[in-house]
Design a protein around this ligand. Structure first.
Ligand code: HEC
Ligand code: HEC
Length: 258
């Protein structure tokens, strides 16, 4: 009996010593552990500096279209005289939502959306200039005037694309969590802050879907477009770009009009 007690006391000694040592070392361990700044959470970075507060929405929506018209001379070379660009790789601006338009200029200037050309252009514009240009371009008609030299619409590159795109644009794909594009991008419904796609160039749309998908573009406030683009297959992205670029998006899917 006595023997076993002694043995127990001996056995527990090293553990007591270990606890004592740990207690002594605790303040040092705490001092060396990473603080809140350099823990696993990276420093907060926002996809854009814009938040749609009431005052920002009011500011971005209240530009002077006539001043915008005068300023738009600087944009004509690339975006066309009536907001339809000569190249399918450069976005058409005619009829673009004011908030979406204004936000893009802010994002380019802030480096939140990267484009060497538009960084230079936007750096020379004030926030008010941006709102004025947004007011002007939002007024321009989105339907093509066959008598001028705009690049839109382009010929549908692949007939099988029409059905694939029409389904995604009007219904999305519930099983993959892809919402119908036309709920936000027209012509059925518009969400403020969403650029219209119904008269957008195909090569440009494809470029943006790839950029959102591979994170080259990440200025969408809620991760929505980065996620949607990632979920689309390469072939689906091409089909959608082809469909809009050919002007099919000007009319609701299934309306029979083209
Ligand atoms: C030298 C050619 C060039 C000039 C000049 C130019 N742009 Fe652009 N712009 C581009 C290109 C190229 C893009 C697409 C950038 C990208 O790929 O992200 C673009 C994109 C934009 C976008 C984003 C459109 C969208 O659908 O998201 C806006 C808005 C815009 N430009 C406005 C303007 C305005 C306003 C001016 C004149 C003050 C102007 N640009 C002058 C070439 C130009
Ligand atoms: C819930 C609304 C919503 C839905 C649904 C949606 N989008 Fe978007 N999309 C947006 C918004 C908002 C932006 C602008 C993001 C930004 O730059 O702030 C955008 C931007 C884009 C752009 C870039 C356009 C430009 O002018 O630069 C493309 C291309 C695009 N969406 C394609 C699609 C496609 C294809 C679908 C369907 C598969 C889709 N979107 C569904 C809200 C939506």
């Amino acid at each position: 009996m006595r023997n076993s007690l002694t043995r127990r006391r001996f056995k527990s000694l090293p553990r007591t010593a270990a606890y004592a040592l740990m207690a002594l070392a605790l303040p040092f361990l705490l001092a060396a552990s990473p603080g809140p700044e350099d823990s696993a959470q990276p420093p907060l970075r926002t996809p854009t500096n814009i938040a749609w507060t009431d005052s920002t929405v009011a500011f971005a929506s209240s530009g002077d279209a006539f001043r915008g018209l005068v300023l738009s001379r600087r944009c004509e070379r690339c975006h066309g005289v009536e907001g339809f660009s000569p190249s399918p790789a450069i976005p058409n601006l005619a009829g673009m939502d004011k908030l979406a338009f204004w936000k893009q200029l802010e994002d380019f200037r802030d480096g939140k959306r990267t484009s060497a050309v538009m960084l230079t252009v936007s750096s020379l514009l004030s926030r008010q200039d941006g709102a004025d240009l947004a007011a002007y371009y939002a007024m321009l008609p989105q339907t093509a005037d066959p008598s001028d030299t705009r690049g839109f619409p382009q010929a549908l590159a692949n007939q099988t694309h029409a059905a694939v795109a029409a389904r995604l644009i009007s219904q999305g794909d519930v099983s993959r969590g892809i919402p119908p594009c036309q709920d936000c991008h027209g012509p059925v419904a518009y969400v403020r802050g969403a650029p219209s796609l119904i008269s957008q160039n195909g090569a440009y749309i494809l470029n943006e879907l790839e950029n959102f998908g591979n994170r080259g573009r990440g200025n969408d406030i809620n991760l929505r477009m980065r996620e949607i683009s990632r979920l689309l297959s390469e072939d689906e992205r091409r089909a959608i770009a082809d469909y809009y670029g050919a002007g099919y998006g000007l009319f609701p899917v299934g309306s029979g009009a083209k």
